[in-house]
Write a protein that binds this ligand. Structure first.
Ligand SMILES: Nc1ncnc2c1ncn2[C@@H]1O[C@H](COP(=O)(O)OP(=O)(O)OP(=O)(O)O)[C@@H](O)[C@H]1O
Ligand SMILES: [Mg+2]
Length: 452
């Protein structure tokens, strides 16, 4: 095959050059030149002579409904919006070793036992290694094909011959296009390989799942450009030292992005957790100062989390503040509110806040639970079991509304909670409203209710 003509394009300003440059002469950015294939332009009149696609009326299209490919892994299907759409390009990103290959191989095996043909291409592991993992996961049907390759042209050729319904690329960083001279994993290669896969998916109707590593900055496959090209971006995350994993949709052209799937990593692969709300409360020690439960929303589902705090006398000098799982600055702010509004003195006290189970919370609805656990530890007074505290705390010590309080309360009620401290506001319960709801205006009122 003749070498394609390539050029180097600055990813910052678009400057082009015939050779690679370390620094762009136009905008001065370092290491931004990436190789791209130059499309051969054919002489053509303005109006093309060839057959062009015809527009259709919306009504005639709506009749041809596309059936989704359903894995049978409930959590996975739900995040995708009810299964994979044929001809779509799905990008699955996540930290190294989090379990991306495991979940996708599991999906492939489930598909194959449903009679859906899958071609799993690994650029990282040999066929034997993949088979070893598959053995751990369970049994597959005859429709799962495994291949180790990194040359994209060869892969697409094989895929065309085999005609699977789903093609898996593990991972995009190991794939390369021989038309470019840059190594696999470079910006140019990533873009070129992804756009080839995109065209392949759209023209054949084969669904393509691409695995991508996440860089230190948290972007999938380095630059965000891949996220624009694909139909669905899934993020697989979790703390490596804990067993639970969360699958989130960051972008979905065919479904909601507010869904999430929760799994636990076990020796036999990933097990889905259908009812995760109480997952992190299992080993809760009752009646110890410095612990209070809040409910956060993971996608659409409420998840109960235990917030722990420890307030201890500073042995020397500057008091220490530590926050694990919640925002450090937020904890400092809440401590300042307690000092100013309630006259507590943390100037000589270390304060540690921790969310049990390695959960990371970005919601401000846990403010009140943080405050409650801090005060509980400060006063050395345990909070009675069965108390749930929800609410964002403002700088004047007022309690601000949170989203979907009903959903969180109902979930906690199911798990045996019976006292709910929440901000003032309207509540709309579909079913019967549980008793024990305290609607309060301020932190003082909330604390009075919590310790009553
Ligand atoms: N024999 C085993 N028993 C239990 N868990 C295992 C076993 N082998 C692997 N694992 C788990 O699987 C995880 C690796 O999963 P996997 O290889 O799917 O991750 P990955 O995201 O594809 O990683 P990479 O980025 O390296 O491709 C390990 O972190 C480990 O927790
Ligand atoms: Mg892998």
């Amino acid at each position: 095959m003749a070498k394609a003509k390539t050029r180097f394009v600055c990813q910052n300003c678009g400057y082009t050059s015939s050779k690679w440059l370390g620094k762009c002469p136009e905008c001065g950015t370092w290491d931004a030149m990436s190789e791209e294939v130059v499309a051969v332009e054919k002489a053509q009149s303005f109006l093309p002579q060839v057959e062009v696609p015809r527009p259709k009326t919306l009504k005639s299209i709506a009749k041809e409904r596309i059936g989704r490919l359903v894995t049978g892994i409930g959590e996975f299907d739900r995040v995708l919006g009810g299964g994979i759409v044929p001809g779509s390009l799905v990008l699955l990103g996540g930290d190294p070793g989090i379990g991306k290959s495991t979940i996708v191989l599991d999906v492939g095996m489930k598909f194959s036992s449903e009679g859906i043909k899958v071609l799993y291409v690994s650029g990282e592991e040999s066929e034997a290694q993949t088979a070893m993992r598959a053995e751990r996961l369970g049994s597959a049907g005859d429709n799962l094909l495994i291949m180790t390759a990194t040359d994209l042209a060869a892969i697409l050729l094989q895929a065309q011959a085999v005609r699977p319904q789903v093609l898996v690329i593990d991972s995009i960083q190991t794939m390369y296009n021989t038309e470019l001279e840059t190594p696999a994993g470079s910006v140019g290669q990533l873009r070129e390989c992804t756009s080839k896969l995109l065209r392949f998916a759209k023209s054949t109707g084969i669904a393509v799942i691409i695995i991508g590593h996440v860089t230190k900055e948290g972007n999938i496959a380095g630059p965000r450009l891949l996220e624009h090209m694909v139909d669905v971006v899934l993020q697989f995350e979790g703390e490596r030292s804990y067993a639970y994993r969360v699958l989130r949709a960051l972008k979905n052209r065919f479904g909601s992005t507010s869904e999430s799937g929760i799994f636990s990593m076990e020796a036999s692969g990933l097990r889905e957790i259908d009812n995760p709300s109480g997952l992190f409360l299992e080993k809760r020690a009752d009646q110890v100062p410095g612990s209070l439960v809040a409910a956060v929303l993971e996608g659409n589902r409420p998840l109960l989390v235990e917030i722990q705090a420890l307030v201890a006398r500073t042995p020397y000098g500057l008091p220490r503040r530590t926050a694990v799982g919640v925002d450090y600055n937020r904890v400092n702010m809440l401590l300042a509110i307690l000092e100013k509004r309630l006259g507590m003195d943390f100037g000589t006290q270390d304060a540690y806040v921790n969310v049990v189970g390695g959960v990371k919370i970005a919601e401000t609805a846990v403010d009140l639970a943080i405050i409650g656990s801090l005060v509980s530890s400060y006063r050395n007074k345990a909070i009675a079991p069965g108390v749930l505290a929800l609410g964002e705390v403002g700088l004047t010590g007022e309690l601000r509304r949170i989203s979907f309080p009903e959903r969180r309360i109902m979930e906690a009620a199911k798990l045996g909670f019976h006292k709910f401290i929440i901000p003032q506001g309207n509540l709309h319960f579909d079913k019967q409203k549980p008793s024990g709801i305290y609607q309060v205006h301020s932190v003082e009122e909330a604390l009075a209710a919590i310790f009553a």
